[in-house]
Design a binder for this molecule. Structure first.
Ligand SMILES: *Cc1c(COP(=O)(O)O)cnc(C)c1O
Length: 415
């Protein structure tokens, strides 16, 4: 038995069977590559589901962990430490928000946003209803999952949090029909992640901003996947030129350590008083110190510009690929948050598995979508390698056509 087999057998008896893991045992990472137990190198275009923005083994992260771990790892939120105010200062500047609440994960940041919306609505005499979008994903805890569209995530645990209504994706008429003073918040991912890398339109975002403003309801932007530079701006809503009242971040925030944050306006924040909400671990000294190092590294390395140019190169390469492969029905996304939609779930499954065989990691989401969330340090050579592999796989699995034929109109662009 290999080490992988042994671990696999043990896990199958000992762990709750929540995951269908790929059969590979990673032991190390370097830059954009993961290395398995036999020393094979994998090009990682998923980066731990959008977490490892600086790749693996980044010296700034290692240094921050080493330095802070010698000083203080945890103290609880009963006392002051050096990290939270400084990190809140950076995040509020980047986002245009006023205040921060730190959590340990995306779903906890989202729970904080939901609780804030309910508490704030009460002070304004608004109702308790949330409007979320079809294909949305906001997390797995009882409140977050209630605002997540996919029924199979909610139904086994019913009743989840009541008071959520789903609006058809990008459908302004449906949004207007469902909006009233009963609504405490409209919940939006500017670019849906798990839902298949779907950007909402400029018009929809603007309509949501205007409607919520008309009653004082909150516009809440979930940036847990798209935020912190992945789309080439700190926040994906910044491509739309709108400012939400509340936003949530997590995945890449602390370089792989668990940390999330809910950011909000001064006005919304006034609804929360000491004792109403809190966490034991959230915003600890270690994760805050690492988050500051991550933000510094993105700024000093001008990685937002790098994400923009490398992302445009990647998007363009995928569009070129589409001209040769009509099985690609759409190319979507912004920066290094990209996807191709394939004509069938079967083909998408096959392509993801074939990429894995070629030691390139991608992920299939929403059945037919191949998703790319690579580290921000990706280069065009890595893009070429991945696109060449995709070309090979699609050529082997279907009739390729010459450029110009069967080319459906390209992906959405925004901003
Ligand atoms: C991943 C994700 C979440 C949940 O984050 P967890 O850290 O897994 O709880 C919420 N919203 C979006 C948009 C996400 O991508």
């Amino acid at each position: 038995m290999t080490k992988l087999d042994t671990i696999r057998a043990a896990e199958s008896k000992l762990l709750l069977s929540t995951y269908e893991r790929n059969p590979v045992l990673f032991v190390r990472g370097e830059g954009v590559h993961l290395i398995d137990e036999s020393g094979n190198r994998y090009l990682d275009l998923l980066s731990g589901i959008g977490v490892n923005a600086l790749g693996y083994g980044h010296p700034a992260i290692e240094q921050a962990i080493a330095d802070q771990s010698r000083k203080l790892i945890h103290i609880s939120n009963l006392y002051f430490h050096e990290g939270q105010a400084e990190l809140a200062m950076r995040l509020t500047e980047m986002s245009g928000m006023d205040r921060a609440f730190f959590s340990n994960s995306g779903t906890e940041a989202w729970e904080a946003a939901l609780k804030l919306a309910r508490a704030y609505a009460r002070t304004k005499g608004l109702g308790t209803k949330f409007l979320a979008l079809e294909h949305s994903f906001h997390g797995r805890t009882m409140g977050s999952v209630a605002t997540t569209h996919k029924e199979k995530y909610r139904e086994p645990f019913a009743p989840v949090m009541p008071g959520v209504e789903f609006v058809r994706f990008d459908d302004i008429a449906d949004l207007k029909a469902k909006f009233s003073t009963e609504v405490c918040a409209v919940l939006i991912e500017a670019i849906q992640g798990e839902g298949g890398i779907r950007p909402v339109s400029q018009e929809f975002m603007q309509a949501a901003r205007e409607l919520t403003r008309s009653t004082g309801a909150l516009l809440v932007a979930d940036e847990i996947q798209a935020g912190l530079g992945r789309t080439g701006k700190w926040f994906a809503y910044q491509h739309y030129g709108i400012q939400p009242d509340v936003t949530t971040i997590a995945k890449p925030l602390a370089g792989g350590l668990p940390l999330g944050a809910m950011l909000c306006t001064e006005e919304a924040a006034a609804a929360i008083h000491p004792g109403m909400h809190g966490t034991t671990f959230g915003g600890g000294p270690l994760s805050c110190a690492v988050a500051l190092a991550v933000i510094d590294t993105i700024e000093r390395g001008q990685l937002l510009e790098h994400v923009t140019t490398t992302g445009a190169y990647f998007h363009n390469a995928l569009e070129q690929l589409q001209t040769n492969h009509p099985a690609i029905t759409e190319v979507r996304g912004k920066g290094l948050m990209l996807a191709i939609e394939l004509e069938s779930a079967e083909l998408a499954k096959h392509a993801a598995a074939e990429m894995m065989k070629r030691r390139i990691l991608i992920n299939r989401t929403s059945e037919t979508v191949l998703r790319f969330l690579p580290p921000f340090i990706l280069t065009t050579a890595h893009v070429d390698e991945a696109v060449a592999a995709l070309n090979e796989i699609l050529t082997e699995s279907g009739p390729a056509q010459t450029a110009g034929h069967s080319h459906t109109p390209g992906g959405h662009t925004i901003g």
